[in-house]
Design a protein around this ligand. Sequence first.
Ligand SMILES: [Zn+2]
Length: 211
Amino acid sequence: LTYINQATSCRYCGAPYGRALCTECIEREGRRAFSFSEARCVFELSNPLRRLILAYKDANERRLAEYFARFLATALPLEWRLWADALTWVPADQHALRQRGFDHVGLIVRHLAVLTGLPARPLLVKLPGTDQRGLTRAQRFQNSQLLFSPLERPTEGRGQAEAHGHPQGRGQNIILVDDVLTTGATLDAAAACLLASGTADVRALCLARTW
Ligand SMILES: [Zn+2]
């Protein structure tokens, strides 16, 4: 597995060789290209890891969730842990849930919550018919505009959350977890949805970075 050196990666988009800011992010300086404010990725998406992720997602190797969570926990800086109020994740859509029988990133985040002591909160719903695979970069960003909506909680759940003073992550700093960051379009859309529903700030944490 090819670790990304966090000391030299782009802190904005998680690219391996940016050294603070990669060339793509320098070109975008001045306007925010992403809704998340920082990103961190543990590995470059090389072949052994691609196979592990496929074994986990599509061949039901759920035991890998705990290992993936440990890798994420190791890459999570102390500053992020102190900054964050909660973890959430990019959810699977209904079609993927039916096919796989589980929400693959959600399961990783539940393990990550135990390892970090941060609460895992489901905050997003992924809308159907919005698979990003096989699309070009431009198409991904276009397609991602209506990928997510805020999770509507049952009245009882909302009452509990409000009793604790944190309805739906409002006003909170959230770490948004996904498995693979490719163009950032999906994470961008998910972070935009969180911000639109009142989240204070979003940072992205991913297992793998393609480029
Ligand atoms: Zn960058």
